[in-house]
Design a protein around this ligand. Structure first.
Ligand SMILES: Cc1cc2nc3c(=O)[nH]c(=O)nc-3n(C[C@H](O)[C@H](O)[C@H](O)COP(=O)(O)OP(=O)(O)OC[C@H]3O[C@@H](n4cnc5c(N)ncnc54)[C@H](O)[C@@H]3O)c2cc1C
Length: 356
């Protein structure tokens, strides 16, 4: 097997990795993006139904406080629209009783992307050189060389399926996943590995659903689609529609910890039952249901990510190191951003830092 030579290997084809790739492309440097999955986007996932893209990962961006996202969306020629929040909300108590409550507008204002968040990924990818992105390329081993690193793709302890030699490597995946799944030779110092393992991957333990309907029956009842439940299985619901166009969506998060979620079909049944309790009989007749349990995704979550995270961590590069091996390997990925870490904005700023 021949070894491919490039200036930079980017590990991970999520937003951070692809944004880093787009910045390297501007510098006319050779690079490859190695992506383990059979698709790009990582935590961004927006399956299509009747021309509508349901965001099962991130839905929102906040242009008032996330300038890089606002700029990138504009540069890529994409369009956003305000989260629908008109009307009253619903609240379900632990006994299952539902009452109508005052609605509220989020502050700062939340925006969604026409074409779903995946539009960001498709547009970034469209601007990259042909063959720069390799799917089905899980990186399993990174070895230090005199002037760079040798990156191996495949399964640990098996013959590599592909190898790349690069002057620089950008790790655009969660640090906890890196420390759990990639071998480094020589071994990384124990304090750096520990620091990487301690950085929780944002939203990795979550499960999200998206239910689509032909009619916005909740709008007609003066409801915004916003609901909170102390009974579950869903804890938090929002409208997930693109203005006044079918299909109309209700979307939200499951409030049950990953280890207790159990059988997916039963959970979806319980979600529909709860939607009917909150919004009435029409909620029992969806046109489509999408559900994603991120805790079951080996290229997002590890065993350490199964317990729920109740607070947004204050992220920063592991052990305050943005690189190692004499600046051969650089951390990107949203969990290494010192500002807006965990968010899409953090994925962009970490990529900028790594490329810079
Ligand atoms: C349910 C949910 C809701 C969210 N809501 C929001 C929101 O509304 N707004 C917001 O700003 N943020 C939100 N987020 C967070 C947002 O999704 C992340 O900040 C962002 O997508 C992270 O991008 P990333 O490129 O850093 O990481 P990732 O998207 O995780 O990308 C890492 C990539 O590396 C790949 N990979 C993993 N291991 C390997 C390997 N060994 N070799 C090669 N490739 C590998 C993965 O497959 C993946 O493609 C949400 C996340 C989830 C899950």
């Amino acid at each position: 097997m021949s070894i491919e030579m490039v200036d930079t290997v980017i590990v991970g084809g999520g937003l951070s990795g692809l944004y880093a790739a787009s910045l390297l492309a501007l510098k006319n440097e050779s690079f490859v993006v190695l992506e383990a999955r059979d698709r790009l986007g990582g935590r961004i996932l927006s399956p299509e139904f009747q021309g509508f893209f349901s965001d099962l990962g991130p839905s929102w961006y906040w242009p008032d406080i996330h300038p890089r996202m606002a700029r990138l969306i504009q540069e890529l020629g994409l369009k956003g629209y305000r989260q629908f929040e008109e009307g009253r909300g619903r609240f379900q108590n632990p006994g299952g009783t539902v009452q109508t409550v005052r609605g509220y507008a989020t502050e700062p204002l939340s925006w969604r992307l026409v074409g779903g968040m995946i539009a960001l990924i498709s547009e970034l990818c469209a601007g990259l050189p042909e063959k720069a992105v390799r799917l089905h390329h899980p990186v399993c081993n990174i070895e230090k060389k005199d002037a760079g690193a040798l990156v191996s793709v495949g399964q640990l302890e098996e013959e590599p399926e592909a190898q790349f030699e690069a002057k620089k490597v950008i790790l655009a995946l969660p640090p906890r996943l890196t420390a759990s799944t990639i071998l480094f030779n020589p071994e990384l110092p124990a304090d750096l590995t520990q620091a990487m393992l301690k950085i929780g991957t944002w939203m990795a333990g979550q499960a999200k659903f998206y239910v689509l309907y032909e009619e916005p029956f909740w709008h007609r009842a003066g409801l915004s689609g916003q609901a909170f439940s102390q009974r579950g299985p869903m804890a938090e619901l929002h409208d997930g529609s693109n203005q006044n166009r079918a299909p109309y969506g209700l979307t939200g998060f499951v409030g049950i910890p990953a280890v207790q979620r159990g059988n997916q079909d039963l959970l979806i049944e319980a979600i529909l039952e709860q939607l009917t309790q909150i919004y009435g009989a029409p909620a029992a007749q969806p046109a489509k249901i999408f559900y994603k349990d991120w805790a079951c995704e080996p290229f997002t979550a590890t065993r350490l990510d199964q317990p729920p995270m109740y607070e947004h961590p204050l992220y920063s590069p592991p052990a305050h190191q943005t690189s190692f091996w004499n600046e051969t390997i650089h951390f990107a990925g949203t969990e290494t951003a010192s500002q807006h870490g965990g968010y899409l904005e953090g994925a962009l700023s970490a990529a900028e830092r790594a490329v810079g």
